[in-house]
Write a protein that binds this ligand. Structure first.
Ligand code: FDA
Length: 305
């Protein structure tokens, strides 16, 4: 049953017509639990509140299905506005973005042009930028673009996914760049030809890459809501005397907020991934797919209307 729900929400997340409708009608069905609002002003308010509680943030301007160069240009402009809001309001926040929103599926030239625009402003404003990792078909190009940009800008990182067989090799190969990496389990539906189908194997590989990257001396963001992975990291850093400024925990906005504050109280750096924007539908559906238990919140949201 859970698998069926999961697949249904993943399927719904890709529906272009529903995406357009959702954009038109604004945040609904309890989506505001996971999305900070539809404007940068609302997101700024949410970030200020999180910062007050000792949480740091990475801000993401949501965007799905970029079809032409103009749309990609506008997405980049919105990311630049987000960076400026971070700088102007002295927010403890970084920026996250997806290369498809910047034109990855249009051409290398378009995506590089948009990324250089963003990175130039991010450098001026001293804001760190993380390139999210998307599905397997885009993994190699994302890594190539990251490497290219890393030669020009130091304030950039990317994400590697524990469910992919290739990731251990990527960690080894990227080591020469001393990269700041966010490590995640992986959120897309992938073939067993490229990704571990069993959760226990993903978890084992996740522990393995956390250890490799930390012991290589690189900054590691452990982005998970899983207590087993959090406890593993705490034990590992203690055993190897890894300083607290070489790693952080990351979680998504609206997921396990009490655990986020607990980690802050214990003295760890805890970064919350805060998405905002009118294009909330796909992101919201993927959160429901991840944990169908969240559907209960949606149903409550609908009942209240
Ligand atoms: P998993 O889903 O395996 O759950 C393990 C356990 O964690 C559960 O059994 C439960 O105990 C606890 N848990 C999980 N969700 C919970 C909830 N809602 N409430 C209470 N307990 C919960 N993916 C990707 O492919 N590319 C990317 O760029 C990113 N970026 C990213 C950034 C950040 C900050 C985060 C936190 C995650 C991502 N992801 C991602 C998503 C990631 O790949 C993954 O899909 C989700 O984090 C879910 O996996 P978990 O590691 O949280 O544990």
């Amino acid at each position: 049953m859970e698998k069926l729900l999961r697949n249904s929400f993943m399927y719904l997340s890709k529906n272009k017509m529903l995406t357009k409708l959702a954009k038109k009608y604004g945040l609904r069905f309890g989506a505001s639990r996971f999305v900070a609002g539809d404007t940068i002003e609302r997101a700024t308010k949410v970030i200020k509140d999180l910062n007050k509680q000792g949480l740091v943030v990475t801000l993401d301007f949501l965007g799905e299905f970029i079809e032409d160069e103009q749309e990609a240009y506008e997405m980049a402009t919105n990311s630049i506005k987000a960076i400026e809001a971070i700088g102007n309001n002295d927010l403890q926040s970084q920026l996250s973005l997806k290369l498809t929103s910047m034109g990855l599926d249009i051409s290398d030239e378009v995506v590089m042009k948009n990324m250089r625009r963003i990175m130039t402003v991010a450098k001026q404003q001293n804001v760190f930028v993380t390139i999210d990792m998307e599905d397997y078909s885009r993994c190699q190009r994302t890594i190539d673009i990251f490497k290219e940009l890393k030669k020009e800008f130091n304030n950039i990182g990317t994400v590697l996914q524990a469910y992919l067989y290739r990731t251990v090799k990527d960690i080894e190969e990227l080591n020469e760049f001393s990269p700041n990496l966010r490590l995640v389990k992986g959120a897309y539906k992938e073939s067993p030809k490229v990704a571990f189908p069993e959760k226990k194997d993903v978890d084992e590989n996740y522990k393995k890459i956390i250890k490799m990257h930390l012991l290589n001396g690189n900054f590691t963001a452990v982005a998970t809501h899983d207590d087993a992975m959090i406890d593993y990291t705490k034990k590992l850093v203690k055993e190897h005397h890894i300083p607290k400024d070489q790693f952080e925990f990351q979680m998504l906005y609206g997921i396990r907020p009490e655990k986020q504050l607990e980690l802050v109280k214990e003295g760890y750096s805890m970064r919350v991934y805060v998405p905002y924007g009118t294009d909330w539908y796909g992101y919201f559906m993927r959160r429901l797919a991840e944990r169908p238990a969240n559907v209960a919140f949606v149903l409550k949201g609908i009942m209240k209307r």
